[in-house]
Write a protein that binds this ligand. Structure first.
Ligand SMILES: NC(=O)C[C@H](N)C(=O)O
Length: 331
């Protein structure tokens, strides 16, 4: 029988209904008791790392979750991490960089409705997640939710209420689940042992452009951070007037990084197509997200910036695929 470690972090799945709204109060043991039949599937140990609405999740907590997996890695066949859905895609991306090449499944799941509600997706998601963790054919960090198995670097919450809340962006789903059973479509490569990383640089910010956005906002973010992601329009670019290029050039001279991406969900950036983007293509300190999600770009920058502050080193790490996060880079 497989040994699975269930790691609790909070979220709706662990929430109780209070006068002040839903708030996570249930332990991992409480959750387990709600899914009878699991004891026939595997032996489960429980570990509570935190109990948060995932709005309150932080990079420091990502490191705690990664440490919980690292410290228990050899004792278990797989891991099920219960997490709020709102920032699950960020945590899944962060864990994909902090724990690379794992041959064992590291499953993130949660729910849109608390486990004590009559109509809830939490029991199905838990059963499916334990099914994937025990099955073992899909290795590494993955989100199991609403019947889909999604690579940790490709998940995006794009429904705020529906049970099928997550999509796989610019990459196929790894598999599907049916009543706790995994049907694998893809088998991501794994190493013999995972490589664990223990540091992140949090000085990363995101600027979503709106028409007429002033470059001063970018300057302020660049002053306060080591890297800024610009979610621009379409395949990518910045407004010609107003000082964007100057702000980016000045920041690059100080060793700061700008990553150009797009606020369009599917198909990614292609900075060279239009003059508004072409001027930035290959410019010092400027990188391009291509088909990566903003969640993955955020986590990858934090991971890369914790290893080196050399622009060339950051560029090399950024464009080297990790867990199928980037497929279309031309660099
Ligand atoms: N469905 C959920 O889990 C949403 C909740 N606010 C959270 O992310 O913790």
């Amino acid at each position: 029988m497989k040994n699975i470690l269930m790691i609790g972090t909070g979220g709706t799945i662990a929430s109780d209904i209070t006068d002040a709204g839903l708030t996570p109060e249930l332990s991992t043991e409480d959750l387990l008791r709600q899914v009878p039949g699991l004891e026939k599937l595997c032996r489960v140990d429980c570990l509570q790392v935190c109990s948060l609405d995932s709005t309150n999740m932080t990079p420091a907590r990502w490191l705690d979750i990664a440490a919980a997996v690292r410290e228990n890695y050899d004792r278990f066949d797989g891991f099920v991490i219960c997490h709020g859905t709102d920032t699950m895609a960020y945590t899944a991306a962060a864990l994909s960089y902090l724990i690379q090449g794992s041959p064992k499944p590291i499953v993130l799941t949660g729910s849109q409705k608390p486990i004590h509600m009559e109509i809830t997706d939490s029991k199905t998601n838990l059963l499916d997640s334990f099914g994937c963790a025990c099955d073992g054919r899909i290795a590494g960090v993955q989100v199991v939710f609403g019947g889909a198995v999604i690579a940790g670097t490709r998940a995006r919450k794009n429904y705020s209420k529906s049970f099928s809340a997550f999509s796989s962006i610019n990459y196929p789903v790894l598999g599907v689940t049916r009543e706790g059973k995994l049907i694998p479509y893809l088998r991501p490569e794994a190493a013999e042992r995972p490589q664990f990383y223990q540091a992140l640089n949090e000085r990363v910010a995101l600027l979503k452009l709106i028409p007429g956005a002033r470059a001063r906002q970018l300057e302020l973010l660049l002053e306060e951070n080591d890297a800024v992601i610009i979610e621009s329009f379409g395949v990518g670019g910045v407004p010609t007037d107003g000082g964007y290029l100057e702000a980016i050039g000045a920041a690059a001279e100080k060793g700061k990084i700008v990553v150009m991406t797009t606020q369009v969900q599917n198909e990614g950036s292609d900075l060279g197509v239009y003059k508004v983007g072409h001027v930035l293509k290959g410019a010092p300190g400027v990188l391009e997200a291509y088909d990566m999600t903003t969640e993955a770009v955020t986590a990858k920058l934090m991971w890369a910036l914790a290893q080196t502050r050399q622009p060339d080193g950051i560029k090399r790490l950024f464009y080297t695929p990790v867990a199928n996060d980037i497929l279309c880079a031309e660099e």
